[in-house]
Design a protein around this ligand. Sequence first.
Ligand SMILES: [Zn+2]
Length: 56
Amino acid sequence: MTSSVDAARNIHSKLLRPTFHICKSCSRTLSVAEFIERHCENCKRDVEVIATKEPA
Ligand SMILES: [Zn+2]
C-alpha cells in the first residue's frame, strides 16, 4: 500500500508553499499572531494585511 504515502507527500509539498501575510503600510512580513490580530508591531497600529505566496 503506497497510495497513502503518495497522498501524504502531496499534502506535504503543499505545506512547503506557505502563504505570507504582509503589512500594507510598511510591506513587512507579519507573524501569525500579527496576521490574526491584523496588528503590525512595526506600525504599532491595526493595518490591512496582504496575502501572498512570496516573502516580503
Ligand atoms: Zn506595518
